[in-house]
Design a protein around this ligand. Structure first.
Ligand code: KG4
Ligand code: ZN
Length: 342
């Protein structure tokens, strides 16, 4: 295997991720998560995440170098998530990456978090297709993107107008008394339930609604009302049925819009990423609908779907291979980095 040796730094949310790749080959993917520190708050607390990044970043970089069996002096470039994400959390990664770049004289590439979620699939399934639709669903984002050359940028087709998909899973889990983060718990509970038990609403799915935007807050409220009504009348709430029906409403909308985007853009590859891509029903329904629409589905393994440093290194390596210029060292962490800038 050959290709540029790149270290990637990801600190946009609650994972301190350091990855090292050589071209398309993954050499190290070390993640230190502060998720347990946020659990009692039911969501990520920005200040807690920033402090955890500060404590974890140097040891995690060292672990990644040890795992890959390389030294800083061997690297060809460093890449870091420039945004979007939590400002204070991003700042820790950007400052660390700049310090490394200055100390080593290596080129530094500031990259877009969503572009990195797309690029990571190269490490698992090989070269990215010439064009694909990407559905990125996590606790922080829910986006449909049109991707051609990911080193040049991605084109947003739509995104959530309120809650992110993962956020909806986390909030519904909380009202069902399940722990944070709720996605995996809903996924598990849903296996014991009937997805057709309750007809929860499919947000923004009417003929006049934005075809590629998502809305999950109405669904979350509908679940809350349904549970409250049962509790008021003293009826037992079947957690499995609620979980399965809620999950079906989310993944039905996600997959329907993703397949429609492929059709309308004339693209025959769909790439799904982000923490919610670990959802078993999302994977199954996407596979089913892609197969009947003649679309090739690519979903990286769950560890590469959640935030990690390997994805940043993967996009950095693609940029180096494509001859894209390194970033000037005066760029800042940008919590709302526009999508076209990768
Ligand atoms: O990508 P990620 O680790 O972090 C960011 O939010 O950026 O995604 C975490 C989100 C959480 O909301 C979590 O509940 C959700 O992904 N998640 C899942 C599953 N596993 C994780 N949602 C549904 N089903 C799952 N199996
Ligand atoms: Zn992410």
């Amino acid at each position: 295997m050959s290709g540029p040796l790149v270290l990637g730094v990801e600190t946009s949310c609650d994972e301190t991720g350091i990855g090292i790749v050589r071209g398309a080959e993954l050499l190290a993917d070390e993640v230190a998560s502060s998720v347990d520190e946020h659990a009692r708050f039911g969501g990520v607390v920005p200040e807690v995440a920033s402090r955890a990044h500060l404590e974890a970043i140097v040891p995690t970089i060292q672990r990644a170098l040890d795992t890959a069996g390389v030294r800083l002096a061997d690297l060809d470039a460093i890449a870091v998530t420039e945004g979007p994400g939590l400002a204070g959390a991003l700042l820790v990664g950007v400052a660390a990456a700049k310090a490394l770049a200055l100390a080593t004289g290596l080129p530094l590439h500031g990259v877009h978090h969503l572009g990195a979620h797309v690029a990571v699939d190269r490490l698992e399934h090989g070269d990215l297709p010439d064009a694909c639709i990407s559905l990125l669903v996590s606790g922080g984002h829910s986006s449909l993107l049109l991707v051609a050359d990911v080193t040049l940028g991605v084109t947003p087709l739509g995104s959530t107008v309120d809650d992110a998909a993962g956020e909806a899973f986390d909030k519904v889990a909380r009202l069902l008394g399940l722990p944070f983060p709720g996605g995996p718990h809903i996924d598990r509970a849903a296996r014991e339930g009937d997805p057709a038990a309750i007809a929860f609403p499919r947000g923004l799915s009417g003929p006049r609604d934005a075809a590629f935007d998502f809305s999950f807050s109405g669904l979350k409220t509908a679940v809350a009302r349904w549970v409250e009504a049962r509790q008021r009348s003293g009826e037992a709430v079947d957690v499995g049925d609620v979980a399965a029906s809620f999950q079906e409403a989310v993944v039905d909308v996600l997959t329907a819009k993703a397949v429609r985007a492929c059709r309308e853009q004339g693209v025959d590859h769909l790439l799904i990423g982000g923490g919610v891509a670990a959802n078993s029903r999302l994977r199954a329904l996407a596979a089913e609908r892609c197969a009947s629409a003649g679309i090739r589905l690519r979903v990286p393994r769950p560890g590469l779907c959640t935030d990690n440093g390997a994805m940043v290194a993967a996009l950095g390596a693609l940029r180096v291979e494509a001859g894209r210029p390194a970033s000037a060292l005066d760029f800042g962490a940008d919590s709302s980095l526009p999508l076209e800038v990768v």
